[in-house]
Design a protein around this ligand. Structure first.
Ligand code: NAD
Ligand code: DAU
Length: 423
C-alpha cells in the first residue's frame, strides 16, 4: 500500500482522530511510527468495513476527510448509472446507502473501476441510527438522494410503501443530515450539499397546448407516487429555509437507458418485443412523456451538485416529447432490425391496447432553460440514438435480465397485466 508510514504526519493524525471515536479506540496523539501496533484493527459493527485491511481503512479515512459523497438508492437504475459515471470520472470515495428493495441490484455496479473507493451500506434511509452512524464514519461532503419507491403503477396498488420511503424516509434522512451538518466546521458547512433527486410528476398533467413545466409551475401531483415525491420536495425546501441546510432539488422527466428495471415502459416493451409477447399500451397510447437518456440526467446532477445555488430547484428534461405509441413502435422497429423474427412478422403487430392507468397524466414536458442558462447543461443524446443504445444494452445483457426477473417480478407482471387485459 502506497502510504509511506514515515512521511505521514498531520494527515494520519488527523485521520486517526476521525477513526478513533468511530471505533471506540482511545488514542489521544498517535505518531506515524507507533500507530499500527498500538491501535490494532478497529472494532466495527459493520461487516463490509471490518473485512478490510487496517491499512485500507486508514487510506479510506484520509480520503474521506474531504471528498466522500453519500449516494442513496445507488443500486437502482439512475443511482447506479450516476455512481458508475462519478467514479469513472473522479477517483473519490462513494458510499451507497441502499435498502436493496426489488429495484436495487448491486450487480449494476459490478464494473466499477475503483472498488476500493466504493462501499455499499445496506440499510434504510428511514433508519436514523444507521444513517447517523454512516455520516459520522464517512464524513461526506455531499448527499445525493435517489432512494425512493419509483413506479407509478405500484403506487396505485400499494401507496403505503411510497409514503413510508419517499416521505418518512426523506424526512428522516434530512433530519440526520441536519444534525450532522450542524456539527461541521463553518467551512465544511458552507461546502456541504444535500441534492434531492425528484421528478416532473410533481407538476401534474399538461394539456397539449400548455407550456412545458418550469421551476415556477405550481405543484399538482396526481398519483400517490407523485404526491409522495411532492411532499419530499416540500420537506427539502423547508430544511433550506428553516435551518439553512444547503439543499438542491432537481425535477427530471422520464429516463431510459441501461439497468432500468423492466417494469417501466421502455425496458418492458424491449423485453416483450424480443420474446414475442404482447405489448400492453395503456389507454389509447396518446399520453406524452419527455424522454431523457439516463447519462444526460447524471451529467445534469453533476452540474447541479458542482455549480447549483443552494435553495434552488432545477428542471431537467430531454426536449424529446413522444406519445407512448410512438415510443413503442420505435422500439418494435429497432428490435425487428436487430433481431428479426423467424416469421418476419413485424413486432408492431404485438401492440395491444389495455385498460388505462387510473388518473393517467396526459402529458409531461420540461422547460430546461434555467439549468441550461445558469449551469451550461444540455442533453447530449438524441432519442433515436439513445433508444438504439438501450435496445443494444438489453440485447447484450441477457444474464442481467434473467437475474432481475425473479418470482416477485413475475408476480407483479401477473398482477398488473392479467387484470388489465381482462378489463
Ligand atoms: P429505482 O426504483 O430504479 O431505484 C430506487 C433505489 O432506491 C433502489 O436501489 C432501491 O433499493 C432504493 N431504495 C428504495 N427504498 C429505499 C430505502 N427506504 N432506503 C434506501 N434505499 C431504498 O428508481 P430510479 O428510477 O433509479 O429513480 C431514482 C430517483 O430518481 C427516484 O427518487 C425517482 O423519484 C427519481 N426520478 C426517476 C425518474 C425515472 O424516469 N426513473 C425520473 C425523474 C426522477
Ligand atoms: O416523469 C418522470 C417519471 O417517469 C419518474 O418520476 C418515475 O419514477 C418513472 O417511473 C416514470 O414514470 P411514468 O409513469 O411516466 O413511467 P412508466 O415507464 O411507468 O410509464 C411511461 C408511460 O407509459 C406512461 O404514460 C404509462 C405508459 N405505460 C407504462 C407501462 C409500464 C404503458 O402504456 N404500458 C405499460 O406497460
Amino acid at each position: 500500500m502506497l502510504i509511506a508510514r514515515s512521511s505521514v504526519s498531520d494527515c494520519i493524525a488527523l485521520s486517526l482522530q476521525k477513526i478513533v471515536p468511530m471505533h471506540d479506540v482511545t488514542v489521544s496523539r498517535v505518531s506515524a511510527r507507533t500507530w499500527p501496533s498500538s491501535i490494532g484493527p478497529p472494532a466495527t459493527p459493520y461487516p463490509a468495513f471490518e473485512q478490510d485491511t487496517f491499512e485500507r481503512k486508514v487510506v479510506w479515512r484520509i480520503m474521506t476527510l474531504t471528498n466522500t459523497i453519500l449516494v442513496t438508492g445507488g443500486a437502482g437504475f439512475i443511482g447506479s448509472n450516476f455512481i458508475l459515471r462519478w467514479m469513472t470520472s473522479s477517483a473519490t470515495p462513494v458510499v451507497n446507502l441502499d435498502r436493496l428493495t426489488y429495484a436495487g441490484n448491486p450487480e449494476n455496479l459490478a464494473s466499477l473501476p475503483r472498488r476500493d473507493l466504493y462501499e455499499l451500506a445496506h440499510g434504510d434511509i428511514a433508519d436514523g441510527e444507521f444513517v447517523a452512524h454512516l455520516l459520522k464514519r464517512h464524513n461526506p461532503r455531499a448527499i445525493v438522494h435517489f432512494a425512493a419507491e419509483s413506479h407509478v403503477d405500484r403506487s396505485i396498488s400499494s401507496p403505503g410503501e411510497f409514503v413510508r420511503t419517499n416521505i418518512q424516509g426523506t424526512f428522516s434522512l434530512l433530519e440526520q443530515s441536519r444534525l450532522y451538518w450542524q456539527g461541521l466546521s463553518q467551512s465544511e458547512r458552507n461546502a456541504f450539499r444535500f441534492l434531492h433527486v425528484s421528478t416532473d410528476e410533481v407538476f401534474g398533467s399538461l394539456e397539449p397546448q400548455e407550456p412545458a413545466f418550469s421551476e415556477t409551475t405550481r405543484y399538482a401531483p396526481n398519483s400517490p407516487y407523485a404526491a409522495s415525491k411532492a411532499a419530499s420536495d416540500h420537506l427539502v425546501r423547508s430544511y433550506f429555509h428553516t435551518y439553512g441546510l444547503p439543499t438542491l432539488i432537481t425535477n427530471c422527466s422520464n429516463n431510459y437507458g441501461p439497468f432500468q428495471f423492466p417494469e417501466k415502459l421502455i425496458p418492458l416493451m424491449i423485453l416483450n418485443a424480443l420474446e414475442g409477447k404482447s405489448l400492453p399500451v395503456y389507454g389509447d397510447g396518446s399520453n406524452i412523456r419527455d424522454w431523457l437518456y439516463v447519462e444526460d440526467h447524471c451529467s445534469a446532477i453533476c452540474a447541479v451538485l458542482d455549480r447549483g445555488t443552494p435553495g434552488e430547484t432545477y428542471n431537467i428534461g430531454g426536449n424529446s416529447e413522444r406519445t407512448n405509441l410512438e415510443v413503442v413502435t420505435a422500439i418494435c422497429d429497432i428490435v425487428d432490425a436487430a433481431a428479426p423474427r423467424d416469421s418476419q412478422e413485424p413486432r408492431r403487430n404485438l401492440i395491444t391496447f389495455v385498460a388505462d392507468r387510473p388518473g393517467h397524466d396526459r402529458r409531461y414536458a420540461i422547460n430546461a432553460a434555467k439549468i441550461s442558462r445558469e449551469l451550461g447543461w444540455s442533453p447530449q443524446e438524441t432519442f433515436s440514438r439513445g433508444l438504439r443504445k438501450t435496445v443494444d444494452w438489453y440485447l447484450a445483457n441477457n444474464d442481467w435480465i434473467q437475474r432481475v426477473r425473479t418470482g416477485a417480478y413475475r408476480e407483479w407482471i401477473r398482477k398488473n397485466y392479467t387484470e388489465r387485459e381482462t378489463q
